[in-house]
Design a protein around this ligand. Structure first.
Ligand SMILES: Nc1ncnc2c1ncn2[C@@H]1O[C@H](COP(=O)(O)OP(=O)(O)OP(=O)(O)O)[C@@H](O)[C@H]1O
Length: 252
């Protein structure tokens, strides 16, 4: 090969780096024993998630979405199969390692907010940061979620959408690697739900957090980078979306 060929690969022409994998889920099963009956909540679910992706897991009631999210969040144990988190085998973690994982890696957003009612919005967010060394700035995150003016209000003085914003601020402020959201718009009206989806997209863009949303609402899928469809404990479709839409385009 002559010199001209040897310099063929300029930085401009170099192929883009392979996406960094954050989660690798392989043949995951979860069985619940209910008296004599075994409920198979997960039946060999298999998929990967790349760092920074906005993922929507879609499925009807009972398809195993919450079970999946709880295992990915280190809150439940799989029956068999593996979950790798950045190359570490989460499904082999000790209780101590799982506690660290829940504390430092995962931010959780629940359908019904789960705020402490005797603390203000700001105090709810601050409390979550107290156990974290490298948390984000509380004021900046309160501003991101549009709640600077409501920071001193108690949950009972706030609308559902505002309470969900506090819950998102609380999860994001921990500076987690993974933001796991269980039906985050499920308890909200349409307009408020869209605002919450916009906020989650903003967090995904600004802080480069990997966001996973589980929902039965198929309309939300258009905003995702990756859509995973679940049925009866299995991933039946894994769709990469090259052109995710703005949440304003979602209708239901
Ligand atoms: N703790 C439990 N004990 C026994 N069975 C359970 C438990 N948790 C979930 N299941 C069962 O596992 C299956 C999957 O439930 P899961 O909550 O993961 O589904 P889902 O897709 O999140 O449903 P939904 O959208 O209604 O919340 C269901 O049949 C459910 O009844």
């Amino acid at each position: 090969m002559d010199d001209a060929h040897a310099t063929n690969h300029t930085p401009d022409q170099a192929p883009p780096p392979a996406p960094e994998q954050i989660l690798k889920i392989d043949q995951l099963t979860k069985h619940y024993l209910m008296g004599e009956v075994t409920v198979e909540a997960l039946r060999g679910a298999t998929f990967d998630v790349n760092a920074g992706e906005f993922v929507v897991i879609l499925g009807p009631s009972g398809s195993g979405k919450t079970t999946m999210l709880n295992i990915l969040g280190g809150m439940d144990q799989a029956t068999s199969g593996t979950v790798h988190y950045r190359g570490n085998i989460l499904t082999d973690f000790s209780e101590k390692a799982l506690t660290e994982y829940r504390r430092n890696v995962v931010g959780f957003v629940f359908q019904f907010y789960n705020l402490l009612s005797n603390l203000t919005a700001r105090e709810n967010v601050e409390l979550a940061t107290e156990i974290i060394d490298d948390h984000l700035d509380v004021d900046e995150v309160m501003q991101d979620v549009g709640l600077t003016d409501r920071a001193d209000h108690f949950p009972a003085q706030m609308s559902g959408g505002e309470q969900q914003r506090v819950a998102i601020a609380r999860a994001v402020c921990k500076n987690p690697d993974l933001l796991l959201c269980d039906e985050p718009t499920g308890a909200l009206d349409y307009e408020t739900g869209i605002q919450i989806l916009k906020l989650l997209k903003k967090i995904n863009d600004k802080y480069k957090k990997t966001v996973i949303i589980i929902t039965h609402n198929a309309s939300i899928a258009i905003i995702a980078d990756r859509v995973l469809k679940m049925r009866s404990g299995e991933i039946v479709e894994n769709i990469l979306n090259e052109t995710p839409m703005d949440p304003e385009r979602v209708t239901w």
